[in-house]
Structures are given as C-alpha cells and as structure tokens.
Write a protein that binds this ligand. Sequence first.
Ligand SMILES: Cc1ncc(COP(=O)(O)O)c(C=O)c1O
Length: 440
Amino acid sequence: MKFSKFGQKFTQPTGISQLMDDLGDALKSDQPVNMLGGGNPARIDAVNELFLETYQALGNDGSFREDINSTATSSMANYSNPQGDAAFIDALVGFFNRHYDWNLTAENIALTNGSQNAFFYLFNLFGGAFSDEKSKSVDKSILLPLTPEYIGYSDVHIEGQHFTAVLPHIEEVTHEGEEGFFKYRVDFEALESLPALTEGRIGAICCSRPTNPTGNVLTDEEMAHLAEIAKRYDVPLIIDNAYGMPFPNIIYSDVTLNWDDNTILCFSLSKIGLPGVRTGIIVAAPEVIAAVSAMNAVVNLSPTRFGASIATPLVENDAIKDLSDNDIKPFYQQQAKTAVTLLKKELGDYPLVIHKPEGAIFLWLWFKDLPISTSELYETLKEKGTLIVPSQYFFPGVDVSDYQHAHECIRMSIAADEDTLAKGIAVIGEVVRKLYDEAK
Ligand SMILES: Cc1ncc(COP(=O)(O)O)c(C=O)c1O
C-alpha cells in the first residue's frame, strides 16, 4: 500500500519507535525484567485509593448518563465542546487563580488528549512554514534552550523536524553535601547568538521543567531570562509542566511557577498516576486557546471527558494538590535517594556522575569516558534483563554524531519498586565496572 508523504513521515521507523517496541517486547517476555526504561508513573497506594473512591463516586452520581436528576457536573454521555469539559475548565480557572493569582478566565484554558497531543498542536502551530509580510515563505523552528530534552518532542512536526537546540553548560555540583553530581545550565551566550533567533526563524521557545530525561529544574533566573528573550523576539515561551507544579509537583528545588499572556503552560494528569485517561491542560492567551480548540474540533471532535470528570472534584477541593505535596512528591524524592545510595555503592569508585536530582521520575547518569557508547551499553544491559534508555535519543535538533557526551549518559526510571530498583542497579554496576576495568 502506498502512503502519502504525511503517512510516510509518521510510519518510517525512527530510532525511538524501535527502542520503544523493544522495551514493550522485553516486558512481554517470560524472563524477569528490571524495568528502569519506561515513563510510567509509580504505583502509590494513597493515589490508587483516592482514584478508586473518585471512580466509585462518579459511577453513582450520574456522570455516565444525562438526565434531569443527574447530580453530575460533567456527563460522559455527551461530547464536550472542542475546548474541553466546561466544568473541569471552570474548576481549573478557580484552582489556578486561588493558588497563583493569574486572573484566568475560561478563555485561557483548553484540554487535549494528553499533553503529547498538546505538543503536536503547539509545535505545528509555531514551527514549520510561515508567510512573512511580503508573502515570502519562512521556515521557523522550535527553540529548545537546553538539551537533553524530552524524546517525545522529536517527531511531532507534520513534515520534517523543526528544532533549533542549544547544548548545555555542564557544571559540577554537590548534592546534599556529597560530590559526584553535575547540573546542566542554559548557555545563554550561545542561545542569544543563534542566527535562527536573531534572523526571525524561531516560532516558539520550549522547555520541560522538571526536565525529562535529566530531572533538571531550570532556575527561576533561567526562566525569567527565557521569558524576556521570548518577549523580545515576540514568540511564546512554552513550559512543559508534566512533572511540575502544582501537580504532580515532583520538584525538589525551591522555585516558582509564573504565567503571563506570552507563556503557554502545559499540564498533564499522567504523572499523578492517570496516564491512561489521556488528559492534557493548556493555559495560554485566548488566541492560542481558540487555535487549540479549532484543532481539537478537526482532530478529535472533542477531548476525552473521563479524566476531566475524575479530576474536577479533586481540583475543586485541592485534593490533587494535597496528594501531590504529601504523597507523590515525597515518594519520588525517597526513590531518588534510594537509587543514588545504591548507585554510589555500586559505582562510587568509578567515573559515574549523576545529574543533581531536582525532580521528575528519572535519574540521568553520566559515565565519563565509557569505553563503549550507551546504545551499546543498553544492548548488554538488556541481555542481562535490565532496561534503561541510552542518551542519544534525547537530543532533538542536535547532530549527536560528534558530540561525545550524548553517547555517555543513560536515563533510568526511579518509578519501579525498591526490589526492581536494587536488582537493576546491581546489574548496571556489574556491567559498567567490568567495562571500565577491562579498559584500564
Ligand atoms: C516531559 C514530558 N512531556 C509530556 C509528556 C506527555 O505526557 P502525556 O501525553 O501522557 O500527558 C511526557 C510523557 O512522558 C513527558 O515526560
């Protein structure tokens, strides 16, 4: 069968689609697997209990039917309008204004089927072919101010890839008084001298905060600087808050979250424990919300209401924030601590440096001068039943062929239970020690 160029763009095998299939297949095998490779959130008892109570209440309140006696605030028996479930949007307006004083109205919020869906819309709205005032075509890209960045951005453009990426400054830092850590920082000098920026070929700036894969949290100063550059060049600043404040709030450094008309904030229900309900939230200027709603109408008719129905009461009574602050965040913070202790035990005397754990559900490990690439390391670890993700896929917009650092890191999930974490880290330790020892 012949596919159009559009079809070919999405069906051609990409490194990451092969890797994801590989991870999925490994999980289906009958051999035990130490799964440190995926992006699934952890199973947390308090989270499961709250969602179960909420599902049960939904079943009883008439959400699944629309009749005059229904006490439901939103009904799954009807489509919402393309902007998304109105009751959830109203609850979110109240929630954000209550906690952040942003003066939002319903015109500032749209829902999507997961935030991945939001990035598909936003990167195609702000990246790709534009006509300038003289009707000349200009190709604009999405500026990623700090790579490594989220793998899922890589292939969302309808045609081609439109990214301009900046490599990080790498700073050795201490973490809780210990050596052996580093932190990525935005290289503003390189960023501000990019011809694509100064010559008007950037359509938007985007960063995830906390960052998948590294667990880095851009500082308030870095965010303020990015916001200033975005305004100066009249492009929006898109902030991917999938792991950030106020839910799931997997963020340990002391930072703030800001919004203004030039900022597009993307939130998700996935990492609070509901990746299956596919619910993303965009907070932006009304013009952007209208565009997203129009895209929703064409692509989805209307976004799913299931996640909205579950989350509405939890947003109205702040339970989503309490759950994030008191259960989700401490859980991952403890997991990060455990994983760091295990890694130091296994590889403390070897050239392992760990990105300072500041948030998200991953640790990012840098094996300095590793004798093989981490893609090869991935294969060896897989043979031994441990799955991680090698670093080369996390550099959208960068030609990694001559960037050694992009072949020396791995992303390791910390969402697994403690036993899996310990077994997986023991395998990583054994394999990596042998590699360094043999190269001596
Ligand atoms: C940084 C980041 N952004 C966005 C997403 C997409 O999440 P979802 O589509 O489940 O909301 C993910 C998922 O792993 C992510 O890690």
